[in-house]
Design a protein around this ligand. Structure first.
Ligand code: CTP
Ligand code: CA
Length: 224
């Protein structure tokens, strides 16, 4: 991002961002994951840093370069991501863009599971911690807690419910029924207590800057 050097509305702020998928290991060679390129989360980290924030980016396994001025913590599983998020606190704003796997295998098998001509193994799953919900309910709650929701149906209704259920300030909802996953464009709705703001479809980096500017304006308003 090229931003005028005098424009640093997030100076003095700590912004925590999660991005990418998580990998939940089944055995040494296999895992369960969500589809996520990490592009939108990395772009938000970059935009917040360009506006002067100190940024901690907790990243699942992605092949993306660390944005300039951003402190990156690499993690693999949801449980590791939860720990890294706790360690990164306190923060003024948290933007949880990661596509966290909802479930992990109940047991990790230390040796590769072999085919050996027998029936396919049954995978027992258990639920992962909800990092966003725990953050929003925790004692170190950031002033502004923002979740993302990738939905294929009833985008706004689902997003509104999620905002309440997770006690997030905003849910940024995107419709992923098209080719958003892995693509360079995004169309998002910002769902907050005051209603829904729908941004034009635009490159993920422009979505990122729009969000970073709204975060700066909101933190400023709350501090005032
Ligand atoms: N999230 C999280 N930890 C989880 C699951 C989700 O922090 N274990 C966060 C995501 O990073 C995102 C928000 O919660 O910011 C919404 O994720 P989503 O998968 O849409 O919500 P779920 O509650 O898992 O609902 P769903 O059944 O639709 O997957
Ligand atoms: Ca989920």
């Amino acid at each position: 991002f090229e931003v005028d050097a005098s424009y640093r509305p997030l100076k003095g702020r700590h912004v925590l961002v999660t991005a990418g998928p998580t990998w939940e290991a089944i055995d040494p060679v296999r895992y369960i994951a969500n589809r996520s390129s990490g592009k939108q989360g990395f772009a938000i980290a970059a935009a917040a840093a360009a506006l002067g924030a100190k940024v901690t980016l907790v990243a699942g396994p992605v092949s993306l370069r660390t944005p300039e001025g951003v402190t990156r913590v690499d993690v693999e599983s949801a449980e590791d991501m939860a720990k890294a998020v706790k360690r990164a606190l306190p923060a003024d704003a948290a933007v949880m863009v990661a596509a966290v796997a909802d479930w992990r295998p109940k047991e990790y098998r230390g040796e590769k599971i072999k085919k050996r001509g027998s029936a396919p193994p049954a995978l027992m799953l258990t639920e992962n911690p909800d990092i966003l919900t725990n953050l929003a309910a925790g004692k170190d709650r950031p002033e502004l807690v923002i979740g993302f929701a990738a939905e294929t149906d009833d985008v706004l209704a689902n997003a509104k419910q999620k905002r309440k259920r997770k006690a997030a300030d905003w849910i940024v909802a995107n419709d992923v029924s098209g080719d958003v996953m892995g693509g360079d464009d995004n169309l998002v709705h910002i769902v907050s207590e005051s209603g829904v703001e729908t941004l034009d479809q635009m490159p993920k980096r422009d979505v990122a800057m729009a969000l970073a500017e709204r975060i700066a304006a909101t933190l400023k308003a709350e501090a005032a």
